[in-house]
Design a protein around this ligand. Structure first.
Ligand code: LIP
Length: 263
C-alpha cells in the first residue's frame, strides 16, 4: 500500500467529522473570534475548534507527521509527511450563513513549501451539501464514487472563477486582471472558497480559476484534485501556486489564462 493509499481514508474520515462539527456550530450560531490581516479577514470560534479537532485526530493516528494549519500554524514532524489544513475555507461565507464553505485537508511529502512538496492526498469536504471531493496521487480525483475530469472550454467561452483578498488596496489590480481575462470568459463566478473553486475545476463545474493571494492551506488539497482530474495548476512566482497567483484549468484554456494573466 502506498503512502497515498494509506493516508487517504484518514483524511476522508477526519474531513467528514470536522465538516459535521463545522455544520453543527453554524446551526448553533457563529461568533467572530478575531480579525487577522485586516478587519475583513476574520476567524470564527468554529475555525479554531474545527482545526483543533483535525489536529488532535491526526496526532492520534499519525503522531510523527508535521502539521501546517491556517489557524494554529506549523509544527514539524519526523515522518516526512505534513498535513496542510484549512479548517473552514470560505470563512466569510460561513460567518454570513452562506452554505458554500469546505474543510480542506492535504497530506504532502517533503518540505511544507508548495515549491518543494509532493502532494499525496487531498480532500475537500463541503458539509452543507455533503459533497466530498478526494484524490490520492496517481489514482484520480473523485466526488464520492464519481471519477472527475476537467472540461475543455467551448466556443461560448470559459466559465471562470476568481477571488479577491481582504485588503481593499489590492482590489484595483485584481479588477484590472479580471478586465484582461474577461475576453476568454462566457461568465465569471466568485464563490468565496478557493478549495471549492479548485474542486469545481476538477469536477468540470468551472472551466478555470485564478486568484492572487492564496495561502498554502487554501490550495494544497484542491490543486491535487485538479491535476488528478487531468487539469493543470500554475502560479507565481516560479510556476508555483501561491500568494502572487494561482491558476487552474484544463489544457488549452490553462495556457491562454497564463498568457493573459502573466507572471
Ligand atoms: C478564502 C479563500 C478565498 C479567498 C479569500 C480567503 P479563507 O480563504 O478560500 O478564495 O478569496 O480571500 O482567502 O480565509 O476563507 O480560509
Amino acid at each position: 500500500m502506498t503512502d497515498a493509499e494509506e493516508l487517504l481514508p484518514i483524511a476522508v474520515d477526519i474531513a467528514r467529522e470536522a465538516g459535521e462539527l463545522a455544520r453543527r456550530r453554524r446551526s448553533e450560531g457563529v461568533a467572530i473570534a478575531a480579525t487577522k490581516s485586516t478587519i475583513a479577514d476574520i476567524v470564527t470560534e468554529a475555525d479554531r475548534e474545527v482545526e483543533n479537532l483535525i489536529r488532535a485526530r491526526l496526532a492520534a493516528v499519525r503522531p510523527d507527521d508535521g502539521f501546517l494549519g491556517e489557524e494554529s500554524g506549523a509544527e514539524g514532524g519526523t515522518s516526512g509527511i505534513t498535513w496542510v489544513v484549512d479548517p473552514i475555507d470560505g470563512t466569510v461565507n460561513y460567518a454570513y450563513g452562506i452554505p458554500h464553505y469546505a474543510v480542506s485537508i492535504a497530506a504532502v511529502a517533503g518540505d511544507p513549501d508548495p515549491a518543494r512538496w509532493a502532494a499525496l492526498v487531498g480532500v475537500v469536504y463541503a458539509p452543507a451539501i455533503d459533497e466530498l471531493f478526494s484524490a490520492a496521487r496517481g489514482t484520480g480525483a473523485w466526488l464520492g464514487t464519481q471519477r472527475l475530469a476537467v472540461v475543455h472550454a467551448t466556443d461560448a467561452g470559459a466559465l471562470l472563477a476568481t477571488g479577491f483578498g481582504y485588503d481593499p488596496a489590492t482590489h484595483g489590480p485584481d479588477l484590472e486582471r479580471v478586465r484582461r481575462v474577461m475576453p476568454l470568459a462566457r461568465d465569471l463566478r466568485r464563490g468565496g472558497s478557493a478549495a471549492l473553486d479548485l474542486a469545481y475545476v476538477a469536477a468540470g463545474r468551472l472551466d478555470g480559476y485564478f486568484e492572487r493571494g492564496l495561502h498554502p492551506w487554501d490550495h494544497a488539497a484542491g490543486a491535487l484534485l485538479v491535476t488528478e482530474a487531468g487539469g493543470l495548476v500554475d502560479g507565481s512566482p516560479d510556476g508555483v501556486p501561491g500568494r502572487q497567483m494561482t491558476i487552474a484549468a484544463g489544457p488549452g484554456l490553462f495556457e491562454r489564462l497564463r498568457e493573459v494573466i502573466g507572471s
